[in-house]
Design a protein around this ligand. Structure first.
Ligand code: SAH
Length: 185
């Protein structure tokens, strides 16, 4: 792992929980795969994963990590910009863990979606939505929840939304928002 990989990797138990939400899914697109923390868990629960990162070093590390977990055959790694690739991607679930802008996100009282990198959360969601209504976003614990859940209204009828706060040993590490079409049958 490299330095950025360390502070940005999704803790394993959280990544496992996020993957359980879509257990059995066909293709999961991990749009900001980093060193593979999420992609590896999706590969264990779903049929196939497309793991994208703009940084070739991250993709190389993610690929090594997938081998350690024995799931490399279930993941296609792509070095590229998710926003450029998105129009050509097909998948059943899109997982979004975009950069939170470095550790300074904690200092904000309310983390609004415009603070996400490299594009604001609203544009990001719309790009993902063109692929599938099943979208998982992993966001800072201080995210503006009203603003984030309102993304469901970009669809008509609005998408179902499920919010989960993720703790590791009693410390809040982030918020996962699950959006989908009829996720509560
Ligand atoms: N969930 C990952 C961590 C993601 S950190 C894990 O568990 O390991 C966010 C990642 O987004 C970084 O690795 C960064 O290189 C990548 N990134 C930034 N802009 C991107 C873009 N436009 N397209 C794809 N990846 C991008």
């Amino acid at each position: 792992m490299d330095e950025e990989g360390w502070f940005s990797v999704t803790p394993e138990e959280i990544a496992a929980r996020q993957a359980r939400w879509c257990a059995g899914a066909g293709v999961v697109i991990d749009a900001f795969a980093g060193v593979g923390g999420n992609a590896i868990q999706f590969a264990q629960m779903c049929h196939h994963v497309v793991a994208i990162d703009i940084d070739p070093k991250k993709v190389a590390l993610a690929s090594d990590n997938a081998k350690i977990y024995g799931v490399e055959d279930y993941i296609d790694f792509i070095v590229g910009d998710f926003f450029q690739l998105a129009p050509f991607l097909k998948g059943d679930v899109v997982f979004l863990s975009p950069p939170w802008g470095g550790p300074s996100y904690k200092a904000k009282e309310s983390f609004t979606l415009d603070l996400l990198k490299p594009k604001d959360g609203h544009s990001l969601f719309q790009v993902a939505q063109a692929i599938t209504p099943n979208i998982i976003m992993y966001l800072p614990r201080n995210v503006d929840l009203l603003q984030a859940t309102a993304l469901s209204w970009l669809s008509s009828p609005p998408l179902d939304v499920e919010i989960e706060e993720n703790f590791v040993r009693g410390n809040s590490k982030g918020i996962t928002i699950y959006f989908g079409d009829n996720i509560f049958p």
